[in-house]
Design a protein around this ligand. Structure first.
Ligand code: SF4
Length: 533
């Protein structure tokens, strides 16, 4: 009995069900409907109408003439509107699922928000047949190898998968082997820069001892050791978080960061990465399987390793030429020789020999790029030393390489690659070998450049370093200066020499990680790492 004073629900009036989940084992199909208007009960004469919402506009009948869509009365301005074929198939499959669930589905509805157009799609045998044919094709495609990206397709710039798919970049690499209908396979494809050149989010590093990170509303709240608020960071704008040293991170904050897919790295005050927390994004087992197969193939390992080391030595040489005019010509010639030798190395061991020779020349001249006399003298005397770093430049380099490792791990995980399975660097428990591979060409471009800028712009001085029996280390203020310089460098845009568009360094790392994934999967036949002139 209805409560006195209220109306009984009208069984003939459609009720609205949002986010309706349906599944069919027979069809191997699941769906979550935006909305369904349902009248009555299933298997008892119930009627259901699926309604899908789209942000954009419908297509036009003069572009797609074989549609069976009808405009609803009262919509005179878009008399030629029609559903996009993919939308029509989607509501067709939803109708089939609703019919399996016991409802009669006379029609489906598509609503295009941009033009406020509501289209009614009759559910008939033709729609069911088209929808099932597309489903069958999709299942066959999913069971086979990953399809190659479309060529110069206007859909790609709006596609959310573009940063994963890299259609223009992959096709650019494949152009020599492509057979494109109506065009020579040698036609040049100029990659469109579809990504925004940089992300405008916040990459935060929290390092002050005793600081606690909690959650306050939609922000991370940093409080000092006395509980006083220090700063709020909006979570929606946060791209990554580095937690350095004795900083407390609450469980609630960890949950929120994971929910927002923000990667977190935990580092010691000396810059050693001790743990990563990954966003819970789906990873592709297929990409990792392809990586493992490539990795087990010695010629493939050598191919990637050669490309990486040749690019690294090229960038070392460029950095010296730009910043140390006093470099001996013989050293520059030796680096040129090492590049060529690396490109033709017959084994990984031989390649490592060329890399070592180039490193000796490069770090033998590194002090010439430093304008700070004390730093220059100390590095000239010590050379590059890691464990422990004996002087400020070595300490800053070690910290910068640790940050670069973290950036590369994040980029590789985003590309569904396994960071511990390397091609040049040997795989050891806990060693991010592929991240160490990826970072090689970027060491001079990012880490070394940041350290040079710190000293040459006098952003750090003797007060930013501690000298102990365990070696030289950055103080809190020193790390803060390095983080600031790091942020500036990662947001700096640079032109890719092959694709000829500009991206920030952080995006460049992601681009190269994706290209390694495409190469592992056999989509990109060659690899080209960033070099500067
Ligand atoms: S970016 Fe890739 S997935 Fe998206 S439309 Fe283009 S080819 Fe297809």
């Amino acid at each position: 009995m209805p409560t006195p004073g209220t109306l009984a629900p009208d069984p003939d009036r459609p009720r609205t069900v949002r986010s309706l989940a349906l599944a069919s084992h027979t069809l191997a199909l699941t769906a979550t409907l935006d909305l369904a208007e349902i009248t009555g009960q299933p298997f008892a004469g119930g009627v259901a109408v699926p309604v899908e919402y789209r942000k954009g506009r419908p297509c036009l009948l003069d572009l797609v003439s074989d549609t069976d869509a009808e405009l609803e009365p009262g919509q005179p301005t878009l008399a030629r509107a029609a559903p996009w074929p993919t939308d029509r198939v989607q509501v067709g499959l939803q109708a089939i699922l609703l019919e399996e669930a016991g409802y009669t589905v006379p029609h489906a509805v598509l609503y295009y928000a941009q033009t406020r157009t509501r289209l009614t799609i009759p559910v008939d045998d033709a729609l069911r047949a088209d929808a099932l044919a597309e489903l069958d094709a999709a299942i066959r495609t999913a069971a086979g190898p990953r399809p190659l990206p479309l060529v110069d397709d206007p859909k790609c710039p709006r596609c959310s998968l573009q940063p994963i798919c890299l259609p223009d970049e992959i096709n650019h690499q494949r152009r020599a082997a492509l057979t494109i209908e109506g065009r020579s396979a040698d036609d040049t494809i100029s990659p469109r820069r579809i990504w925004p050149p940089r992300d405008d989010g916040i990459h935060a590093a929290v390092q002050a001892e005793g600081v606690r990170i909690g959650v306050r509303g939609a922000a991370l709240r940093l409080t000092d050791r006395d509980g006083a608020p220090v700063r709020d960071i909006p979570i929606a704008s946060l791209e990554s978080l580095a937690v350095v040293g004795s900083v407390q991170l609450s469980t609630q904050a960890l949950h929120v960061l994971a929910d927002h897919a923000v990667p977190v790295v935990f580092m010691t005050a000396a810059g050693r990465c001790v743990a990563w927390i990954d966003p819970p994004t789906p990873t592709s087992a297929l990409t990792r399987a392809a990586q493992a197969v490539r990795c087990a193939h010695p010629p493939a390992r050598l191919e990637l390793a050669r490309t990486i080391i040749a690019a690294k030595i090229t960038n070392q040489r460029t950095l010296l030429m730009r910043n140390a005019p006093d470099t001996r010509p013989a050293d520059l010639s030796e680096l040129t020789r090492c590049v060529k030798a690396a490109e033709h190395a017959a084994s990984i061991d031989e390649l490592l020999g060329h890399e070592g020779q180039a490193a000796a020349v490069y770090f033998g001249s590194f002090h010439l790029m430093l304008r700070d006399e004390a730093a220059r003298a100390a590095f000239s005397a010590n050379g590059r030393k890691r464990r422990p770093p004996p002087d400020p430049v070595n300490a800053a380099l070690s910290f910068a390489y640790a940050l670069l490792t973290h950036e590369c791990v994040s980029a590789l995980r985003t590309a569904s690659l396994e960071p511990t399975l390397g091609f040049l660097h040997a795989t050891r428990p806990g060693k991010p070998a592929l991240a160490l591979d990826l970072m090689e060409p970027f060491r001079p471009l990012i880490a070394d450049s940041v350290v040079l800028a710190l000293f040459n712009r006098a952003e750090v001085g003797p007060g930013h370093f501690l000298h102990t029996a365990a070696g030289c280390a950055l103080t809190d203020h020193g790390r803060r200066a390095l983080f600031n310089a790091w942020g500036r460098r990662m947001a700096t845009e640079i032109t890719h020499p092959v694709f000829d568009y500009r991206l920030a360094y952080r995006r460049m790392l992601m681009l190269h990680a994706r290209l390694i994934a495409a190469w592992c999967c056999g989509e990109a036949p060659t690899l080209a790492f960033l070099t500067t002139r």
